[in-house]
Design a protein around this ligand. Structure first.
Ligand code: CA2
Length: 170
């Protein structure tokens, strides 16, 4: 499944408001329907709606995509280059396997925040390693849906700080 949602009308770059791309990896479309003890009861639609609301309150916009396909996630990362200001990414199980997603993050040179619903360091050994962590500004995990909201906060803070530091045209 693939979904795209935007919190604001699309405009060509340059745009005044920051745009954050939120990527959800495989099986996260099932959120809220199974395994509530691990992943909670909030649905992905609930999370995306709250991200749009939180971003809007800070004068920013969010675009979300969920895919069960590694290549679709990579295409979305490539498409963010020059169009989005930062990424929030939960690559799902690709976290632990995907050098291709790590390379895509390298290629676009955008600040990225890794998020996970569960505390991947308190689960099975194979979940403790993240292939993408080294290419992200930081990782937030273990807070359920709140991990995404904290991740958005971190991404927006980075973007706002960079904009404040950017030299202005005279
Ligand atoms: O904790 C996370 O956010 C994970 O990225 C979730 C992935 C898992 O492979 C990672 O190790 C940690 C799995 C997502 C599966 O999502 C489901 C949600 C509801 C029901 C079934 C699966």
């Amino acid at each position: 499944m693939s979904t795209r949602r935007r919190g604001a009308t699309a405009t060509a770059r340059p745009r005044a408001e920051p745009l954050i791309l939120v990527l959800h990896g495989p099986n996260l479309n099932l959120l809220g329907t199974r395994d509530p003890l691990i992943y909670g009861t909030t649905t992905l639609a609930d999370i995306d709606a709250e991200l749009v609301r939180l971003a809007g309150a800070r004068g920013a916009a969010v675009e979300s995509l969920q895919s069960n396909h590694e290549g679709a996630l990579i295409d979305a990362i490539h498409g963010a280059r020059g169009r989005c200001d930062a990424l929030v990414i939960n690559p799902g199980a690709y976290t632990h396997t995907s050098i291709a997603i790590r390379d895509a993050l390298d290629a676009v040179d955008l600040p990225a925040v890794e998020v996970h619903l569960s505390n991947i360091h308190a689960r099975e050994e194979f979940r403790r390693e993240s292939r993408i962590a080294a290419r992200c500004v930081g990782q937030i995990c273990g807070f359920g849906a709140q991990s995404y909201y904290l991740g958005l906060d971190a991404a927006l803070t980075i973007v706002e700080r960079r904009r404040a530091e950017r030299p202005r045209d005279v």
